[in-house]
Design a protein around this ligand. Structure first.
Ligand SMILES: NC(=O)c1ccc[n+]([C@@H]2O[C@H](COP(=O)([O-])OP(=O)(O)OC[C@H]3O[C@@H](n4cnc5c(N)ncnc54)[C@H](OP(=O)(O)O)[C@@H]3O)[C@@H](O)[C@H]2O)c1
Length: 281
């Protein structure tokens, strides 16, 4: 398949490029400098000239707190940008997969959120991502929306991604005990993104590693166990104590109603994925 991967310098994009290349795809991986997804004309031009067969949109404005002070930048990418890609994909008949977020839910459900639950995004980033989902569907009814959450991977800069290195260096870490989610290894998500492009069903999917989810503290404890780090480095903290500008759901565990019914294997358990990640695989 000739596959476009947007936001090519990002964590999930890099995993997706690597995976698609490994299965023999012709990968066109474009960074923000190569293709700004907020620039509609540039997007349409690129699609008409390259005639991609599938598009995996990994580009996003992912600064959740910064979105509160710069909503227009956030919406330009996470809403308008997604619409531009959806439209341009429809224009050339390409499959279109775009990543959304567990943050579309408000966190009041401490169980698993499925596609039967009504989104109720709280912060600017979350609202823009949901708007992106809706615009994608309107611009191109074949759009495939993939909600995921708590993603970590090689080259990532978020808490889940850098935790192992910090623990190995003996650095103390604030471990939030009252936020729960379903961790997702970028490499596993990448494989599923491509499988969904192949499946070509216009749906909203929830994609995470399997298991019952955990808290950030639980994730950090598992990381300590896997690399033999001192659990004493973990300093319990409440989410509120971090005083972050953007609201975040206190629980955003995702489960999918469709994946298995469509013949897709559940992604492996998050603990097994974390073990591979921490051992550099
Ligand atoms: N990380 C998580 O825990 C998580 C959870 C749920 C959902 N998601 C979603 O998963 C997807 C991938 O996230 P990620 O963690 O891989 O993010 P990331 O590492 O921050 O990568 C996002 C990439 O998008 C690029 N980008 C920003 N604006 C762009 C534009 N206008 N045009 C083209 N590219 C642009 C960025 O480039 P620059 O660096 O040059 O700005 C960056 O390389 C996103 O849709 C995100 O919302 C992530």
């Amino acid at each position: 398949m000739k596959v476009l991967i947007t936001g090519a310098n990002g964590m999930v994009a890099r995993a997706a490029s690597k995976y698609c290349r490994s299965v023999g795809d012709e990968v066109v991986a474009l960074t923000r400098q190569d293709l700004d997804i907020a620039d509609r004309d540039a997007v349409i031009r690129a699609f008409r000239s390259e005639r991609f067969e599938a598009v995996l949109n990994c580009a996003a404005f992912t600064d959740v707190d910064g979105s509160e002070t710069d909503p227009s930048k956030c919406y330009a990418v996470n809403s308008n940008g997604v619409e531009n890609l959806a439209f341009a994909s429809g224009d050339i008949g390409s499959r279109f997969v775009t990543i959304s977020t567990d943050y579309v839910f408000d966190g009041t459900n401490s169980g698993f959120y499925t596609q039967r639950d009504t989104p109720n995004p709280q912060g600017v980033y979350a609202k823009a991502k949901l708007d992106g989902e809706e615009r994608a569907r309107k611009a191109n009814a074949s759009s495939i929306i993939v909600r995921s959450g708590w993603i970590y991977g090689h080259g990532g800069t978020n808490f889940l991604s850098v935790l192992g290195d910090l623990l190995r260096d003996g650095k103390p870490i604030k471990a939030i005990f009252d936020s729960h989610g379903t961790p997702t290894f970028a490499d596993d998500l990448a494989r599923r993104l491509r499988e969904l492009a192949e499946l070509d069903l216009p749906c909203t999917f929830h994609v995470t590693n399997s298991g019952n989810g955990t808290s950030y503290a639980g994730f950090a404890e598992m990381a300590c166990e896997l690399i033999g780090a001192d659990r004493g480095l973990l300093i319990p903290a409440s989410a509120d104590s971090l005083k972050r500008p953007a609201p975040r759901p206190s629980s955003s565990k995702l489960a999918c109603l469709f994946s298995e019914r469509f013949g897709l294997e559940p992604l492996r358990h998050w603990e097994s994925a974390l073990a591979d990640f921490l051992s550099g695989k």
